[in-house]
Design a protein around this ligand. Structure first.
Ligand code: GLN
Length: 309
């Protein structure tokens, strides 16, 4: 297994100290009341390494709402359940639009550009749901994530789910619009409820970093997906994981990454590490502001960019 850079633990501590002095943390997501109430001045980072250790700095024991980071797990679980037929319903191209955009759906006749924008994630959740009761699909997804992280404590925060259900008019519009094109198997409101509960999964950076080991192909990671599938999911994370900010994230960090409006980012350094950062304040694209800055510095320090050291 790969040796990790000298002094990574010291670097993480120094990074945490530095990030804590941030002049501008950004604002937390404002359209989900439970998230809007979160203090933006928080930071955590965890790195699960090839030697089996996970090292952290900051508030790495504090669960936060993973939101759209969950789309990675739903995609993996849906592909495991129905295989590559999923791609008949959702594409694999970056959208260049905001995460919650409806703009391309009309010209694309209800086939969303990729599984990481909301429209594509709703279709993916619909495929995983597959006419079952929402609680059955959610139990499967939660089990998948718990197994990936080797941690039974991971849970769904029902307050966050309820908060989004009360205000999620855009996602409701997307789900019903998808239904009108025949790209939904289930009643739109069943799929929506499942999707919003999936987004309300709470995890610490430590749990999230450990859950990504399967995508990094680390030795000792639970074998939930094939190497082929991991490589392809990583490709989608690189091209689509930060919505219309994906190009900039690739430019600055150079790692497959998936963000969520809870301020979490999961990043994969294939063969080397799985990394999670969290800071709730967001930038223009709805991705963690301080988290992205920390990811940039970590990539510079480690030389882990997939485009070269
Ligand atoms: N639950 C959020 C939504 O659907 C997830 C968005 C995100 O994390 N980017 O709007």
């Amino acid at each position: 297994s790969e040796t990790f850079p000298e002094g990574l633990q010291d670097f993480l501590h120094a990074l945490n100290e530095d990030m804590r002095t941030a002049a501008d943390w950004g604002a937390p997501a404002d359209y989900i009341p439970e998230l809007a109430a979160v203090d933006p001045a928080q930071f955590a980072i965890s790195v699960a390494m090839a030697d089996g250790r996970t090292i952290s700095a900051g508030q790495h024991d504090k669960p936060f709402s993973i939101q759209s980071v969950s789309k990675v797990f739903t995609l993996a679980a849906a592909l495991g359940r129905i295989g590559d037929t999923l791609w008949g319903r959702v594409g694999r191209e970056p959208s260049g639009t905001a995460f919650n955009s409806i703009a391309l759906l009309e010209q694309e006749k209800g086939r969303p550009r990729n599984p990481f924008i909301n429209a594509g994630a709703i279709v993916t959740t619909d495929a995983l749901l597959d006419k079952r009761a929402p609680r059955e699909a959610l139990a499967e997804l939660l089990q998948f994530i718990r197994y990936a992280a080797e941690d039974e404590e991971i849970y769904i925060d029902r307050h966050v789910a309820a908060s989004e259900e009360a205000t999620g008019h855009r996602n409701a519009a997307l789900a019903h619009y998808l239904y009108s094109f025949g790209n939904m198997l289930n009643e739109p409101d069943m799929t929506l409820g499942t999707y919003m509960h999936q987004c309300a999964i709470a995890m610490t950076t430590e749990q999230l970093a450990r859950s990504g080991r399967m995508l990094a192909g680390l030795e000792g990671a639970p074998r939930l997906i094939s190497a082929d599938r991991a490589r392809r999911i990583n490709a989608l994370m690189m091209t689509c994981g930060h919505y219309d900010g994906s190009g900039d994230f690739a430019f600055r960090v150079g790692l497959p990454g998936k963000s969520g409006v809870g301020g979490g980012i999961l990043m994969i350094a294939p063969g080397k590490a799985s990394i999670a950062v969290w800071s709730p304040g967001l930038n223009y694209y709805g991705n963690s502001k301080v988290g992205t800055e920390a990811a940039h510095r970590l990539a510079n320090f480690t030389g882990w960019s997939v485009f070269g050291a």
